[in-house]
Design a protein around this ligand. Structure first.
Ligand SMILES: CC(C)(COP(=O)(O)OP(=O)(O)OC[C@H]1O[C@@H](n2cnc3c(N)ncnc32)[C@H](O)[C@@H]1OP(=O)(O)O)[C@@H](O)C(=O)NCCC(=O)NCCS
Length: 193
Protein backbone atom coordinates (compact mmCIF):
# COMPACT_ATOMS: atom_id res chain seq x y z
CA UNK A 1 0.00 0.00 0.00
CA UNK A 2 1.33 3.45 -0.89
CA UNK A 3 1.62 6.30 1.52
CA UNK A 4 0.00 8.79 0.74
CA UNK A 5 0.36 12.32 1.75
CA UNK A 6 3.35 14.59 1.99
CA UNK A 7 1.72 16.19 5.03
CA UNK A 8 2.07 12.95 7.01
CA UNK A 9 5.00 12.76 9.42
CA UNK A 10 6.13 10.12 11.96
CA UNK A 11 7.83 11.31 15.15
CA UNK A 12 8.60 10.55 18.76
CA UNK A 13 6.20 13.00 20.44
CA UNK A 14 6.79 15.55 23.16
CA UNK A 15 5.23 15.08 26.57
CA UNK A 16 2.68 17.74 25.70
CA UNK A 17 1.67 15.80 22.56
CA UNK A 18 1.43 12.57 24.60
CA UNK A 19 -0.86 14.31 27.08
CA UNK A 20 -3.02 15.65 24.28
CA UNK A 21 -3.30 12.23 22.61
CA UNK A 22 -4.27 10.47 25.82
CA UNK A 23 -6.86 13.09 26.70
CA UNK A 24 -8.34 12.41 23.25
CA UNK A 25 -8.31 8.63 23.86
CA UNK A 26 -9.97 9.09 27.26
CA UNK A 27 -12.62 11.36 25.72
CA UNK A 28 -13.60 8.86 23.01
CA UNK A 29 -13.70 5.93 25.45
CA UNK A 30 -16.46 7.46 27.52
CA UNK A 31 -18.03 4.11 28.37
CA UNK A 32 -17.42 1.26 30.82
CA UNK A 33 -13.70 0.96 30.16
CA UNK A 34 -12.82 4.66 30.48
CA UNK A 35 -11.21 3.88 33.85
CA UNK A 36 -8.67 1.69 31.99
CA UNK A 37 -7.69 4.59 29.73
CA UNK A 38 -7.20 6.97 32.64
CA UNK A 39 -4.81 4.49 34.29
CA UNK A 40 -3.01 3.69 31.01
CA UNK A 41 -2.37 7.41 30.46
CA UNK A 42 -0.75 7.79 33.87
CA UNK A 43 1.30 4.60 33.46
CA UNK A 44 2.46 5.44 29.94
CA UNK A 45 3.65 8.89 31.00
CA UNK A 46 5.55 7.35 33.93
CA UNK A 47 7.06 4.78 31.54
CA UNK A 48 8.16 7.41 29.03
CA UNK A 49 9.66 9.65 31.71
CA UNK A 50 11.70 6.75 33.09
CA UNK A 51 12.78 5.41 29.66
CA UNK A 52 10.84 2.18 30.03
CA UNK A 53 8.75 2.85 26.91
CA UNK A 54 9.04 4.90 23.74
CA UNK A 55 5.91 6.07 22.05
CA UNK A 56 5.61 6.92 18.34
CA UNK A 57 2.97 9.09 16.66
CA UNK A 58 1.93 9.73 13.08
CA UNK A 59 0.86 13.34 12.40
CA UNK A 60 -1.33 14.29 9.46
CA UNK A 61 -1.33 18.07 8.99
CA UNK A 62 -0.03 18.28 12.58
CA UNK A 63 -2.95 16.25 13.92
CA UNK A 64 -2.06 13.00 15.74
CA UNK A 65 -3.87 10.22 13.90
CA UNK A 66 -1.76 7.08 14.58
CA UNK A 67 0.21 5.73 17.51
CA UNK A 68 2.30 2.78 18.65
CA UNK A 69 4.40 2.09 21.73
CA UNK A 70 7.57 0.08 22.29
CA UNK A 71 8.43 -1.05 25.79
CA UNK A 72 12.11 -1.67 26.34
CA UNK A 73 12.29 -2.53 30.02
CA UNK A 74 10.76 -5.54 31.81
CA UNK A 75 9.75 -2.99 34.47
CA UNK A 76 7.36 -1.36 31.98
CA UNK A 77 3.74 -1.36 33.13
CA UNK A 78 2.73 -2.48 29.64
CA UNK A 79 4.75 -5.69 29.53
CA UNK A 80 2.59 -8.20 31.31
CA UNK A 81 3.72 -11.85 31.37
CA UNK A 82 7.19 -10.54 30.49
CA UNK A 83 9.07 -13.87 30.34
CA UNK A 84 10.37 -14.44 26.78
CA UNK A 85 8.88 -11.12 25.63
CA UNK A 86 11.55 -8.56 26.43
CA UNK A 87 15.32 -8.42 26.87
CA UNK A 88 18.31 -6.36 25.72
CA UNK A 89 17.57 -7.15 22.06
CA UNK A 90 13.79 -7.65 22.27
CA UNK A 91 11.26 -4.80 22.50
CA UNK A 92 7.59 -5.37 23.33
CA UNK A 93 5.18 -3.46 21.08
CA UNK A 94 1.65 -2.38 21.93
CA UNK A 95 -1.07 0.24 21.54
CA UNK A 96 -1.26 0.15 17.74
CA UNK A 97 -4.03 2.60 16.96
CA UNK A 98 -5.16 4.58 13.94
CA UNK A 99 -8.09 6.98 14.30
CA UNK A 100 -11.15 5.29 12.79
CA UNK A 101 -11.59 7.64 9.84
CA UNK A 102 -7.98 7.13 8.72
CA UNK A 103 -7.80 3.33 8.91
CA UNK A 104 -6.77 1.11 6.00
CA UNK A 105 -4.99 3.94 4.16
CA UNK A 106 -1.41 2.90 4.96
CA UNK A 107 -0.81 5.34 7.82
CA UNK A 108 -0.05 2.69 10.43
CA UNK A 109 2.33 0.82 8.09
CA UNK A 110 4.42 3.96 7.75
CA UNK A 111 4.55 4.52 11.50
CA UNK A 112 5.38 0.84 12.07
CA UNK A 113 8.38 1.05 9.71
CA UNK A 114 9.51 4.29 11.36
CA UNK A 115 9.33 2.64 14.80
CA UNK A 116 11.18 -0.51 13.71
CA UNK A 117 13.95 1.55 12.04
CA UNK A 118 14.36 3.58 15.21
CA UNK A 119 14.43 0.48 17.44
CA UNK A 120 17.01 -1.22 15.20
CA UNK A 121 19.20 1.87 15.57
CA UNK A 122 18.88 1.42 19.33
CA UNK A 123 20.06 -2.21 19.04
CA UNK A 124 16.77 -4.17 19.03
CA UNK A 125 16.40 -7.00 16.51
CA UNK A 126 13.39 -8.85 17.93
CA UNK A 127 9.91 -7.49 18.47
CA UNK A 128 7.07 -9.11 20.40
CA UNK A 129 3.39 -8.32 20.83
CA UNK A 130 0.23 -9.78 22.30
CA UNK A 131 -3.10 -10.25 20.57
CA UNK A 132 -6.39 -11.45 21.95
CA UNK A 133 -6.82 -15.12 21.11
CA UNK A 134 -10.01 -14.61 19.10
CA UNK A 135 -8.99 -11.37 17.38
CA UNK A 136 -8.51 -12.93 13.94
CA UNK A 137 -8.40 -9.58 12.08
CA UNK A 138 -5.49 -8.20 14.10
CA UNK A 139 -3.74 -11.59 13.99
CA UNK A 140 -3.87 -11.50 10.20
CA UNK A 141 -2.55 -7.91 10.15
CA UNK A 142 0.33 -8.82 12.48
CA UNK A 143 1.19 -11.81 10.31
CA UNK A 144 1.61 -9.39 7.37
CA UNK A 145 3.96 -7.31 9.52
CA UNK A 146 6.14 -10.38 10.16
CA UNK A 147 5.01 -11.51 13.62
CA UNK A 148 5.22 -15.15 12.63
CA UNK A 149 6.87 -16.85 15.60
CA UNK A 150 4.38 -18.01 18.24
CA UNK A 151 5.74 -17.54 21.77
CA UNK A 152 2.99 -18.47 24.25
CA UNK A 153 -0.60 -17.96 25.38
CA UNK A 154 -1.32 -16.38 28.77
CA UNK A 155 -4.04 -14.59 30.67
CA UNK A 156 -3.72 -10.80 30.93
CA UNK A 157 -5.69 -8.57 33.29
CA UNK A 158 -6.89 -5.04 32.49
CA UNK A 159 -6.80 -2.37 35.22
CA UNK A 160 -10.59 -2.80 35.72
CA UNK A 161 -10.11 -6.50 36.48
CA UNK A 162 -11.29 -7.85 33.10
CA UNK A 163 -9.24 -10.88 32.08
CA UNK A 164 -8.43 -11.85 28.50
CA UNK A 165 -6.51 -14.71 26.90
CA UNK A 166 -3.59 -13.36 24.90
CA UNK A 167 -1.37 -15.00 22.29
CA UNK A 168 2.15 -13.62 22.01
CA UNK A 169 4.13 -13.52 18.77
CA UNK A 170 7.61 -12.41 17.68
CA UNK A 171 9.04 -10.70 14.61
CA UNK A 172 12.76 -11.25 14.09
CA UNK A 173 15.00 -9.07 11.96
CA UNK A 174 17.40 -11.32 10.13
CA UNK A 175 21.10 -10.55 9.84
CA UNK A 176 20.61 -10.12 6.11
CA UNK A 177 17.91 -7.48 6.66
CA UNK A 178 20.26 -5.63 9.01
CA UNK A 179 22.74 -5.30 6.15
CA UNK A 180 19.94 -3.74 4.12
CA UNK A 181 19.17 -1.45 7.07
CA UNK A 182 22.68 -0.08 6.65
CA UNK A 183 24.65 -2.43 8.83
CA UNK A 184 23.39 -0.95 12.05
CA UNK A 185 24.36 -3.16 14.97
CA UNK A 186 25.84 -5.88 12.76
CA UNK A 187 26.57 -9.17 14.42
CA UNK A 188 30.22 -9.79 15.17
CA UNK A 189 30.55 -12.51 12.58
CA UNK A 190 30.45 -9.91 9.80
CA UNK A 191 33.29 -7.91 11.22
CA UNK A 192 36.38 -8.03 9.08
CA UNK A 193 39.54 -9.11 10.86
C1 LIG B 1 -4.64 -2.25 13.50
C2 LIG B 1 -4.59 -0.81 12.99
C3 LIG B 1 -3.69 0.00 13.93
C4 LIG B 1 -4.05 -0.75 11.57
O1 LIG B 1 -3.94 0.61 11.20
P1 LIG B 1 -4.16 1.12 9.68
O2 LIG B 1 -3.67 2.53 9.62
O3 LIG B 1 -5.55 0.85 9.30
O4 LIG B 1 -3.16 0.15 8.92
P2 LIG B 1 -2.65 0.26 7.42
O5 LIG B 1 -3.64 1.00 6.58
O6 LIG B 1 -1.27 0.78 7.44
O7 LIG B 1 -2.67 -1.25 6.98
C5 LIG B 1 -1.73 -2.17 7.47
C6 LIG B 1 -1.97 -3.53 6.86
O8 LIG B 1 -3.10 -4.11 7.51
C7 LIG B 1 -4.13 -4.38 6.55
N1 LIG B 1 -5.43 -4.00 7.12
C8 LIG B 1 -5.73 -2.84 7.77
N2 LIG B 1 -7.03 -2.86 8.11
C9 LIG B 1 -7.53 -4.03 7.66
C10 LIG B 1 -8.83 -4.62 7.69
N3 LIG B 1 -9.86 -4.01 8.29
N4 LIG B 1 -8.97 -5.85 7.14
C11 LIG B 1 -7.94 -6.50 6.56
N5 LIG B 1 -6.68 -5.98 6.48
C12 LIG B 1 -6.50 -4.76 7.03
C13 LIG B 1 -3.85 -3.51 5.38
O9 LIG B 1 -4.37 -4.08 4.22
C14 LIG B 1 -2.33 -3.43 5.37
O10 LIG B 1 -1.74 -4.52 4.69
P3 LIG B 1 -1.17 -4.32 3.20
O11 LIG B 1 -0.05 -3.34 3.32
O12 LIG B 1 -0.72 -5.69 2.85
O13 LIG B 1 -2.30 -3.80 2.40
C15 LIG B 1 -6.03 -0.17 12.97
O14 LIG B 1 -6.87 -1.02 12.23
C16 LIG B 1 -6.64 0.09 14.31
O15 LIG B 1 -6.44 1.17 14.90
N6 LIG B 1 -7.43 -0.85 14.84
C17 LIG B 1 -8.12 -0.65 16.10
C18 LIG B 1 -7.21 -0.77 17.27
C19 LIG B 1 -6.62 -2.13 17.37
O16 LIG B 1 -7.33 -3.12 17.33
N7 LIG B 1 -5.29 -2.17 17.52
C20 LIG B 1 -4.59 -3.40 17.63
C21 LIG B 1 -4.50 -3.86 19.02
S1 LIG B 1 -3.36 -2.89 19.96
Amino acid sequence: MEVIDSNYECKIPTLEQINKRWDYEISIHNDNDQSNWIIWKEKLIQDVLSNRSITYYGFLNNEIIVEATASISPESYFVKNSKDLIDEKTAYLSAFRTNKEYRNQGFFSKLFNFMIDDLIKRGYTQFTLGVEKDDYLNKSIYLKFGFTKYIKTQIMEYPNGEKIEVEYYMKQITEWSLVIYGGIKRSTKWKKN
